[in-house]
Design a protein around this ligand. Structure first.
Ligand SMILES: Cc1cc2nc3c(=O)[nH]c(=O)nc-3n(C[C@H](O)[C@H](O)[C@H](O)COP(=O)(O)OP(=O)(O)OC[C@H]3O[C@@H](n4cnc5c(N)ncnc54)[C@H](O)[C@@H]3O)c2cc1C
Length: 602
């Protein structure tokens, strides 16, 4: 981190909503350094050599091949990027670890899931919560790929309600070990892992406890059959049964009753990495789709020349570009926060945990937004391929099936939507983010006469930035009033929370795209990045439309009479363009560029 970053006050998680961010303060994918570029290129090369040509083997459920590829990834050092050097990892910064997740994930969802389950939730709980002895014993083996890890949280009756598991851990009479009994479900990598992170309840504790359990079939561990899944065919997913499995007391992770916290923090990290893991698949789908569209002729014309197809290509490219902007913006915030905390004397563990927790709102936002973009991208990929897209012989069919899981694991998108808004409100109540002051100001503004001054819109993004400021007011107006109306009962009004989450998500994504593009414009000149400008504008247009719709839905769900009328007028004022963008023209411009470059090129 440079001294400029060190000295400036970093935005806290969620503060993007109430503070303006200068474009110079955000990190963009174009800012990666030489070391990061080398890492990215070696990951791309690995993917092109080992994974992509073997997509059929993954589709044909060749689980052994997934394990073989994981070993190779270990040899390349990819499993150790997030592991500190003292435990034989590469100890790379947070942005680099996100970069690896991004580019390694595009070959097939099977490998991507195996990679994420091992290097994320299968390894990081020990890196972040293990004691010295545990870390020395297990982490180097996991970092090299000599051993593989799996994460056992979900049970048949405990999914989203993760703390409700029935698996028990009972202390032996001599106090030296615990006996674990229970059934875990949907466990990725179960078929080939050497170690499980297992969550179990001791006596009638309120919270579960984490344990490191070595995979020894002689120790009461049995596996169910491989699950028959819609997608990610060669990702091993099995039930795991623990029957009087003996685990030494020294294998408890952190403290008794700390398991739920470990599970949630592991998921926070997992969420931003999962969002990153949905990026390169979009890039590759776009490239394949545009190449197909250029070759495929109907009505004596390449289908890429049809406006309907151009619109799809433009939307797909725009979402991928926006996803990149938001993922790398948040990754660098986390990275900088880690560096600052370390400088203040925090251990690596503490620094990483606290920093990711700080940006948990952004992690949930990204998980939802980018996983849904990836799914839509694959869906439109199929549509561009037409009937061929429906065939197992083409790339798109498996890409679509593989993308579907990303909306379910690492916390479903419904849970993450509620999480994002819930955490923001909690932060406001703790005084970490001042929502009340800005929300009160919005309330006052609603009662005042609007300004009729016309700003100078000739400078790049003047109108768009003004619009983002107004969209933030929509959130403050709707969420502020909802909190005032329902207080702690708000969590029972889930449809309202979902609408508020969508508003929050769109604000973060649209702002990230504008800031990325503005930063690029300052570095390269507006002429060189005309397509990126078009993408930022196109995305914002959709964000405004969606926020209008969700804002209205939210307001009419709880406000009545004059209050409703005033809020709806406010919504209209805050979602009004002075100059509407011509979205059809923007889409043509974007699609033409992608077609000219023969693929995603940003
Ligand atoms: C392929 C695959 C791999 C997986 N890998 C792992 C792994 O390695 N380790 C592991 O521990 N788990 C793993 N999981 C489990 C995964 O994390 C869970 O499936 C997920 O958390 C959802 O839980 P559930 O399936 O029980 O759904 P449920 O919790 O039953 O949810 C069903 C639906 O209800 C909604 N819902 C639930 N609660 C609420 C609520 N309070 N308010 C509103 N809506 C709600 C959900 O959003 C969802 O739409 C995996 C799952 C799959 C399919």
């Amino acid at each position: 981190m440079d001294s400029k970053t060190k000295n400036k006050e970093l935005l806290r998680g969620g503060q993007f909503l109430v503070k303006e961010t200068p474009c110079e303060d955000i990190f963009i994918l174009e800012d990666i350094n030489e070391e990061q570029k080398m890492m990215r290129d070696s990951v791309i090369e690995f993917n092109d050599r080992e994974i992509i040509p073997n997509r059929k083997r993954f589709e044909n459920k060749d689980y052994a091949f997934t394990e073989q590829c994981m070993k190779k990834a270990g040899e390349m050092g990819f499993l150790s990027v997030a592991v500190p050097e003292e435990y034989e990892g590469l100890g790379m910064d947070f942005v680099s670890t996100v970069l690896v997740c991004d580019y390694i994930s595009s070959g097939t969802g099977s490998f991507s899931t195996a990679y994420g389950a091992h290097s994320g939730i299968g390894t990081m709980p020990i890196v972040l919560y293990g004691n010295e002895e545990q870390k020395k014993k297990y982490v180097p083996k996991l970092a090299s790929g000599e051993w593989f890890g799996a994460y056992c949280l979900t049970e048949p009756d405990a999914g989203s309600d993760a703390n409700s598991g029935k698996t028990t851990a009972t202390l032996s009479k001599d106090g030296k070990s615990y006996k674990i009994n229970g059934q875990k479900m949907w466990i990725s990598n179960a078929g080939f892992c050497n170690l499980f992170i297992v969550f179990a309840r001791i006596e009638d504790d309120k919270y579960i406890t984490g344990f490191i359990v070595e995979n020894d079939p002689k120790n009461g561990i049995t596996l169910g059959e491989e699950e028959k899944k819609l997608g990610i065919h060669a990702s091993s997913t099995r039930q795991v049964f623990f029957n009087n499995t003996v685990v030494p007391v020294k294998n408890m992770l952190s403290e008794r009753g700390n398991g739920f916290k470990i599970a949630m923090n592991a998921l926070n990290i997992g969420r931003i990495k999962l969002a990153a893991a949905c990026l390169d698949s979009q890039r590759r789908i776009i490239t394949k789709a545009v190449q197909y569209a250029k070759e495929r002729k109907q009505f004596k014309t390449s289908i890429i020349n049809f406006g309907a197809i151009k619109a799809k290509v433009a939307e797909m490219a725009t979402n991928a570009y926006v996803g990149e902007a938001a993922v790398y913006r948040a990754s660098k915030n986390i990275s900088d926060r880690i560096a600052i905390r370390k400088e203040q004397g925090n251990s690596h563990q503490e620094a990483e945990l606290k920093s990711v927790e700080e940006y948990a709102i952004e992690c949930s936002i990204l998980k939802v937004a980018v996983s849904e973009d990836a799914q839509n991208c694959a869906d439109e990929g199929i549509q561009i391929y037409g009937g061929m897209g429906f065939s197992k012989d083409t790339y798109m069919e498996a890409a679509w099936r593989d993308a579907r899981i990303t909306r379910i694991y690492e916390g479903t998108n419904e849970i993450n939507r509620m999480h994002a808004v819930g955490m923001l409100i909690k932060k406001a109540m703790k005084g970490h983010v001042d929502l009340l002051g800005p929300a009160t100001k919005v309330g006052e503004e609603l009662m005042s006469v609007p300004s009729f001054d016309i700003p100078d819109y000739s400078r790049l993004f003047t109108e768009e930035k003004e619009m983002v400021t107004k969209l933030k007011k929509v959130f403050l107006m709707v969420a502020g009033k909802a909190v005032q109306t329902f207080g702690t009962e708000l969590e029972k009004h889930q449809q309202l929370l979902m609408a508020a989450a969508d508003i929050l998500i769109e604000i973060y994504m649209a702002e990230s795209a504008i800031l990325r593009t503005e930063k690029l414009a300052k570095a390269k000149g507006e002429d060189k990045i005309k397509t990126q400008i078009a993408m930022a504008r196109l995305y914002l247009y959709h964000a405004v439309e969606l926020i209008n719709q969700k804002g209205k839905e939210g307001i009419i769900s709880f406000a009545e009479g004059d209050e409703q009328r005033i809020m709806l007028m406010g919504l209209k004022r805050f979602t009004k363009y002075a100059n509407m963008p011509n979205v059809a023209k923007l889409r043509i411009q974007i699609a033409n560029k992608v077609a000219e470059e023969n693929g995603y090129c940003f």
